[in-house]
Design a protein around this ligand. Sequence first.
Ligand SMILES: Cc1ncc(COP(=O)(O)O)c(C=O)c1O
Length: 391
Amino acid sequence: MDRRAFGCDGEPGPVARAQEIPPFLAMDVMSDAAALERAGRDVVHLEVGEPDWPVDEHVVEAATKALRDGRARYTVTEGLLPLREAIAARYHARYGVEVDPDRILVTMGASPAFFLAWGALLDEGDEVLIPDPHYACYPGQIAFLGGRPVRFPLDAARGYAFDFDALRARLGPRTRAILLNSPSNPTGTIASRAELDRLGGLGPWIVSDEIYHGVEYGAEPADTMLRHGDRVFVIDGCSKRWRMTGYRLGWIVLPPAFVRCARKIHQNYFLCAAEPAQLAALAALRGPQDSVTRMVEAYDRRRRVLVDGLRRLGFRIDYEPSGAFYVLAGAEHLGTDSVEIVRRILHETGVAVTPGADFGPSAARCLRFSYAAALERIEEGLRRLEPLGRR
Ligand SMILES: Cc1ncc(COP(=O)(O)O)c(C=O)c1O
């Protein structure tokens, strides 16, 4: 009998590698919240990174027109050339870097771009250094493709700045890549240009997740890693700044030596990104950007309301986010198990938040709150949480 038809417990089922991939807890909470809503409860959604700001009309129009015009067919695997040219033009306009459109591969959201990067980079047992706290999915993505995630700590008291001694201490013969996510989910930090320079000089490949670029509240906006090294993969997309989460449209900028290989992986697993979504992304890139500015101004107000409100309720916030749209808050006053706390909060108050356990050991006693929700919903959520701390 074929051993591979059996799970790690010897029973027929998924193989160990598949069973061991960790869940994305924010999505699990979203499912639990949806079940409550089906039963008639009102839920305040502060769990997922889902912008409430509407998608621009010219973007919706481009997608609709594509469907009407029959432009919902296969495209070349790397994505439509005008779209890749518009992405390259954005790198030039925003950061002053030249990117050959042939180095760009258009994907179905940023998430599959990680599949391409890790798939092309990692041999069995290769290590990827990832910051802790980190976006929930990095460790599972890496391990699923045979790599080994190795965490390096970031300290809230130091503004989650890179600790290069801690980082260097973890570099070894199997270190293949370092993951950078700035602005960061869940911490909201923006890496400085000096930090990017030092990262670029360390030696391993840098995989830079730039999905929150443009969602910044501080003086210095995030810079692209492309300006700070040659051994760089950059991943970005339309989900956050243009709020196109359900369009599933992202991209990866590849080092030239990886282009052919990544295209082959993409051909085999994904074929191409949806054509209407590609045309909508083109409209988002070429169209006016004023709604992004207004959205970020609104997020900034929400950020301050949420941070102040959570502090009043007894949550510990050592670092105020300066990018993305999350607050990572210590919830020691509510217990020690963030998954359990989140379950209790959801059922008792109808507020959905994400357990810190999603973001690595250092966030295990925290909760993550998203302020991509409307201000009234954030205020309602804070009101509902009030009785919790008093017990
Ligand atoms: C840091 C980070 N990277 C990647 C993604 C995934 O983006 P996409 O929806 O484009 O796949 C998310 C989504 O929340 C994220 O927070």
